[in-house]
Design a protein around this ligand. Structure first.
Ligand SMILES: [Zn+2]
Length: 216
């Protein structure tokens, strides 16, 4: 059984969305491409021309990760303009955006208004009030390893609409199957039913595996 990994950094994992790095060769499976706030540097225009080209590739199913980070030493205005330009790219090609957000959720909600495509906050592990606010503004949330041990997050997931959920490993080392099992249990579904729900969510984002059997 395969479990779709919504955001990961393992180039050898073919069943999910690989976060491509700047300048890296295009993989033969799904990937996302973006400019992380952390990688904003002098070659930013070079990164944008790379992104403009690579985002048109068929296997590029999302823009990102990109977003806002309140803990890094990159000027806020600069982060915002780099983020906004990526929203424009995503709008132009009609692909969803995978968001990295640290301590900047209220600003993020402001940027949602500029987006014509779905936005998915990846690695969500914050408190319920933030999650509720994001839901109210129509964000999707992708959850990772924290769910396995964070009871508050588990409680939040119980009430969070299944149509808005994705699951991911990000850079953590653990069995994604354990996470799928945990969330299926929280949603009172069996594993197969739950996987089908995730497949439907992926379809909503126009992310459809070439080999449908892998997903079904
Ligand atoms: Zn990541």
């Amino acid at each position: 059984m395969n479990f779709f990994d919504f955001h990961h950094h393992q180039p050898e994992n073919k069943f999910g969305i690989y976060n491509l790095r700047f300048g890296e060769a295009v993989p033969d499976h799904f990937f996302s491409a973006g400019i992380h706030p952390d990688s904003i540097s002098e070659n930013i225009e070079e990164q944008f021309s790379w992104l403009n080209e690579i985002s048109k590739q068929k296997n590029c199913v999302a823009i990102g990760e990109c977003g806002l980070d309140g803990l890094i030493d990159v000027e806020e205005k600069l982060q915002e303009s780099v983020f906004e330009r990526q929203i424009a790219i995503a709008n132009a090609i009609g692909k969803p955006i995978i968001i990295h957000c640290v301590k900047r959720f209220s600003q993020l909600i402001h940027f949602k208004k500029k987006s014509k495509v779905p936005m998915i906050v990846h690695g969500f592990n914050k408190r319920k009030t933030i999650g509720d606010d994001l839901l109210q503004h129509d964000f999707f949330l992708s959850f990772g390893k924290s769910v396995l041990h964070n009871v508050n997050l588990q409680d939040f997931l119980k009430d969070f609409p299944i149509e808005k959920i994705f699951l991911e490993t990000d850079s953590a080392d653990f069995e994604l199957k354990d996470l799928y099992e945990k969330v299926a249990e929280l949603k009172n579904l069996n594993l197969q039913e739950f996987r089908l729900k995730i497949t439907e969510n992926l379809r909503f984002l126009n992310i459809i595996a070439e080999n449908e059997e892998k997903l079904a």
